[in-house]
Structures are given as C-alpha cells and as structure tokens.
Design a protein around this ligand. Structure first.
Ligand code: PLP
Length: 424
C-alpha cells in the first residue's frame, strides 16, 4: 500500500530559487510547433524578444541571447571583452560569485577575490556570505591599482546562494570615484525581472542573465546585455571565442535572426513571459516579489531563526535563506520535507552547505503557493523535532492579509511603494 503521505496527485511545489515554476501560459506557448528559424515568422519573433529584453534590462544597447545556461553567458561576458592573463576584481558574496571566479581562472584570467573578512560568531558562517558587496572595498582596491592592471570588476546582483542583493549603482560610483577604467560586469541571472535592474543607468558594461529564474522560463537560454564600451573592448580582446562571439550575433540580430539555430520554442516562451511581465509593468513585478519576500521573512522571524542575509537594506526579493539551529542538518530537513510534502527547497551551497536552506519566491507563485511552502517547512520542522519560537504560517498569513487591506485602503499605493512592513 502506498503510504498516505506520498503524493501521486496534486502539484509538486518547486520552491527553489531557480529553475522557477513555469506559468501554464508559458508552457502552452512553448508547446506550439517549431518553425523555420530562417523564415519570415521567425524574424518577427526574434525582433520582438530582442527588443522586449532591452526593456527588461533597461538598455538601449544590444542584448545577445544564447541557447545556453547562465554559465555560458558568464563565459561569453569574459571571453568577448578580455585577453589572456588579464587581472580581474571579483567579489565574494557567495557560491555563485565563487563559481564565476573559478570559471575566470579556467579561462586563463587572473581574478582577485575581495570579501569582508571574518565569521559571524552567532552562526559560525562567513560574514561575506551574509552581506552584499561593500563598494568602498572596491574603490580602495582600484585606487591602489595606479597602473590600471585590473581590466574588469565582476559582481553578482542577486546572490542566489544566500538571498543577498548588492547595490550595483554604488559599485559604479566606486569605480568612477577611483577614476579607474575597468569594465563593470554584473551577474543578474536571478535578479533580473524580480528585482529592480538598470543596465544603462547604472553604467554596467556587461550584464549576464538566464531564463530559468525571474523570467519564469525553463533553463536553456541566457543573455548578455552589452554597453558600447564593452562592444568596443570586444574588438581588441584576445581570448579565443567563436560560439560566444558577439560580432556575428549582434549583426544578424538586427534583422531578428541568428548565425546558428536558436532555441525556437524557448523563444516562444520568452515572448509570452515578456507579455506577462510588461503587461503587469516592471514596478508592479518588483513590488510583488518584495511583498512575498517580506511575508516569508515574517515567517522566518516568527520561527525565531536567523535570515541568511544579515543586512536588511539588501534583502533579496527573489529568495530567502533560512539558517537552521546549530546541530540541525538543513539537508536532512529538506529531504524530509521533499519526501513528505512533495516540496522542493533550495539546498545550502558551498560554505553554507547543511547550515541553511533557501525558499524561492519567484516564477509562477502566488500568496497561496507561498503559504503552502511555509506550511510544508513548518510541518517539516515539527516532524524533525525542531522546536520553533512560533508559527511562521500565522505570521505570513497576517502579513499578506494586512498588506491587502492596506492596499485597498490606499488605492494600491501601499504595496507598489515596495517593501511594505507591517508590524504585528
Ligand atoms: C542560477 C545562477 C547561475 C548559474 O546559471 P546556470 O543556468 O545554472 O548555468 C549563476 N549565477 C547566479 C546568480 C544564478 O542564480
């Protein structure tokens, strides 16, 4: 007999911070027949998704779409703009920043890794994995680089391993204050289309993104948004590249086509995702994620557990990292929750493995999917015999209800103003 707690019916709760759950509307769009990627219909689709992505990145300059995961777009950003042996300044915010650095090393670049030193005494976790980029460290390092050996500064906008964002405009100000010509490259693979992002206004040279996070698509396409300076740098950059080379792609994209076969059905999905995001409006999309994030953080506070992000100014609207009490293996808890409730939570990665788990609040989500996820976590703690300070489910329900009442009372203003915090 199948045990009662196993679920042959009902939906799986994919509550990891990417791949995110894909809305049915997008799944249906992707199920249409594949068309000729050299035909007239395709050119219209190509132009639509390319200009739509410029709106999402908030750029007037070229966006390149690769049939590759985010890691491919990381590589593309570096090989198009840099030469063998170039020095880079990268910043350790967590596991994804660490992986990008490893990739740079494998390409023959010389990345230096900046970080806030030390460990947080209460949790034993590295400080730099609980905070965003400290722009003044970047400024000081660039000032010391009088010969301008450093060719690029690379930072992660939304560090998906920790649930911490970084102030990209502050990084640009730091580079400018040091009077340094380094390019600014930003990984917004998980931040884009969830958190405010402004490629042009923030003076970013290359932004890297991917399909399977805020854009609500399956994995399989990724992006480079490219500034005129980065495009100029690509003309003299010496790292070998062919598949990733911007020149031919940018040229052919002008008519909506690619030099090779693009990911046609994922582009149908992207077209639908762009309609959904732009119909709602990016400000409302960002406010929606901030509200969910605050609801989830309210639950974590009620449980009496630390949030991985120790700086309230840079909480991620995309995911929340939850630190388990000392001695409680976060992965054992995740496994139990998955088996009992068919709910997937994000694992702790790298230096925080086993010490925390991640709740994603992105993709095809709503108040009730999040309530289900929080209920699954709360029941999981109970089954694991971990005492909690209080009910996170109650706290989140109270927050969601209160924000709806406040929104109604203010004609929508209370919520679109962002980060509405209601103390219970
Ligand atoms: C998901 C993610 C990546 C890796 O992307 P893949 O598609 O797995 O290659 C890189 N950086 C960040 C911040 C991410 O969230």
């Amino acid at each position: 007999m199948i045990p009662l707690h196993q679920h042959p019916s009902g939906r799986h709760f994919l509550q990891i911070p990417g791949p995110s759950p894909v809305p049915d509307r997008i799944l249906r769009a992707m199920s249409l027949p594949t068309i000729d990627h050299r035909g007239p219909e395709f050119g219209r689709l190509g132009l639509k998704v390319l200009s739509g992505m410029q709106q999402i990145f908030r750029t007037k300059h070229p966006v390149v779409i690769y049939p590759a995961s985010g890691t491919g777009a990381w590589e593309a950003a570096l090989v198009n703009t840099l030469s063998p042996g170039d020095a880079l300044l990268m910043y350790e915010t967590g596991h994804f920043a660490t992986l990008w650095k490893k990739l740079a090393e494998r390409l023959g670049l010389r990345p230096e890794f900046l970080a806030v030193p030390g460990t947080d005494a209460a949790t034993g976790l590295p400080w730099s994995w609980r905070r965003g980029v400290q722009a003044e460290l970047i400024e000081a390092r660039l000032r010391a680089d009088a010969g301008h050996a450093i060719k690029a500064v690379c930072v992660v906008h939304n560090e998906t391993s920790t649930g911490v964002t970084s102030d990209i405009a502050a990084v640009r100000r730091a580079i400018d204050a040091a009077g340094h010509p380094a390019l600014l490259m930003v990984d917004s693979i998980s931040g884009l289309a969830c958190a405010d992002y402004r490629h042009d206004e923030w003076g970013v040279d290359v932004t890297v993104s991917g399909s399977q996070k805020g854009l609500m698509l399956p994995p399989g396409i990724s992006f480079n948004a490219i500034s005129p300076r980065a495009l100029e740098a690509s003309k003299s950059a010496k790292l070998p590249r062919s598949f990733w080379a911007w020149d031919e792609i940018v040229e052919m994209n002008k008519t909506g086509y690619w030099p090779y076969t693009p990911n046609t059905n994922l582009l149908y999905g992207l077209s639908e995702a762009l309609d959904m995001l732009l119909e709602q409006g990016l400000e409302a999309v960002f406010a929606r994620h901030q509200r969910w994030a605050e609801g989830v953080r309210g639950a974590v506070r009620a449980w009496g557990l630390p949030i991985q992000c120790a700086d309230a100014a840079v909480y991620s609207p995309v995911l929340t990292g939850v630190i388990t009490p000392q001695g409680v293996d976060a992965d054992a808890l995740r496994k139990l929750i998955h088996e009992r409730f068919d709910l997937s939570l994000g694992t702790g990665l790298g230096k925080v493995k086993g010490r925390m788990f991640r709740i994603g609040h992105l993709g095809d989500c709503n108040d009730l999917t999040l309530m289900a996820a929080l209920a699954g976590v709360e029941m999981g703690f109970r089954l694991a015999g971990v005492p909690l300070a209080g009910s996170g489910v109650q706290a989140a329900m109270a927050y969601f209800a209160a924000t709806i009442l406040a929104e109604t009372a203010t004609g929508g203003k209370a919520v679109t103003d962002g980060n509405l915090r209601i103390e219970s």
